[in-house]
Design a protein around this ligand. Structure first.
Ligand code: 5AD
Ligand code: FES
Length: 350
């Protein structure tokens, strides 16, 4: 199965429903995961630093035009408190994520990055949207290690439909991803599965794109409709046979195939996956290719307001509760908690 997998094979496996064949897929993905990144599950503490956003993504609950949510922006000391908590809880990385919020200034973020790097042993990942090049340069110079920017779909027509550009600006996420690699960030990207209008054919292209970009991290989760967004009510979908469903098994097939295509990548078992199967979504992701989880560090008073999709898992838990919960889940499936920063394993250096 491995080594020979081209786009046509990926497409066929994406649509596979035979339980015996799927068992082979799960097993292969799990073996490739163990052989390449081992049994350690690395924890990345997520800091949701602001829910302000200047963008109007058709799927996202914190889009500019959602007037129904209360906006917040963390201060530097809020973020530093989350970083200390990450150290206390034994995490190797913090991920500072927010809407595309220019209230989080270039200098403000650079200062936070410098302080975290000086005061803790943490790796710092940023996930702050399509920021100008000067910001990305400055933050890398300040010591940021990684940047996450999902391309969401490689179908450019669908992409444009769900990502209205900022006035007068045409951003291309692939250009930004290339630039991030050039700046020396470890780069993460990813997709949503089951976006209205997403077809099996473009999904196969998405997975091939992961390999082409040689991504360090690849996040894959189901699309979850948010009622206060354009895609939340009666969106345009592809014809019945072509439309990708946003169900758990389809997400798991994507994760498993991604592990086989990109054996050394860091692949999270996402909160969105845990949201559509609260009992065991997290574990299923880890058992079918994933090796990362991103426990939430955001203080509960802010966390409830970072509702990119509804009924998000972990919304009412504290950082400590998520730490305990995930440690339990990881041990229960016979895996260990990673130590250190959990950088990408690379056989061949770029
Ligand atoms: N359903 C699922 N995932 C979503 N994201 C944003 N909105 C939704 C939604 N409604 C994902 C996007 C984004 C990441 C931070 O969260 O893929 O890149
Ligand atoms: Fe947050 Fe389980 S990870 S409650």
């Amino acid at each position: 199965m491995i080594g020979t997998m081209g786009r046509e094979d990926v497409l066929r496996w994406l649509r596979e429903t035979d339980p015996a064949n799927l068992n082979d897929l799960w097993q292969t993905a799990d073996e490739v995961r163990r052989a390449n990144v081992g049994d350690e599950v690395h924890l990345r503490g997520l800091i949701e630093a602001s829910n302000y956003c200047v963008r109007r993504c058709g799927y996202c609950g914190i889009r500019l035009e959602n007037r129904a949510i209360d906006r917040y922006r963390m201060t530097e000391s809020d973020v530093m408190n989350c970083a200390s908590l990450a150290v206390t809880l034994g995490y190797g990385t913090v991920v500072i994520q927010a809407g595309e919020d220019y209230g989080l200034t270039r200098d403000g973020i650079a200062t936070m990055v410098r302080r975290i790097k000086a005061e803790t042993p943490l790796a710092v990942t940023l996930s702050l949207g399509e920021r100008p090049d000067d910001d990305l340069v400055e933050w890398r110079a300040a010591g940021a290690d990684r940047y996450l920017l999902r391309f969401e779909t490689s179908d450019s027509e669908l992409y444009d439909r769900i990502h209205p550009p900022r006035a007068g600006q045409q951003g291309d996420r692939f250009d930004i991803l290339r630039r991030l690699l050039e700046l020396g960030y470890e780069v993460g990207s990813g997709i949503m599965v089951g976006i209205p209008g997403q077809t099996w054919s473009t999904l196969a292209n998405d997975l091939m794109m992961f390999r082409e970009f040689d991504l360090d991290m690849i996040g894959i989760g189901p699309f979850i409709p948010h009622p206060q967004t354009p895609l939340g009510s009666t969106p345009e979908v592809a014809p019945v046979d072509a439309q990708v469903p946003a169900d758990e098994e389809t997400v798991l097939r994507c994760i498993a195939l991604t592990r086989i295509l990109c054996p050394e990548a860091n692949i999270p078992s996402t909160t969105a996956l845990a949201t559509i199967n609260r009992t065991s979504g997290r574990e299923h992701g880890l058992q079918r290719g994933a090796n990362i989880v991103m426990p939430n560090l955001t203080p509960p008073r802010y966390r409830v307001k970072y509702e990119i999709y509804p009924a998000k898992a972990c919304i009412e838990e504290t950082a400590e509760q998520c730490a305990m919960c995930l440690a339990g889940r990881i041990r229960a499936i016979g895996r260990t908690i990673g130590t250190g920063q959990g950088a990408r394993h690379r056989r061949v250096h770029r």
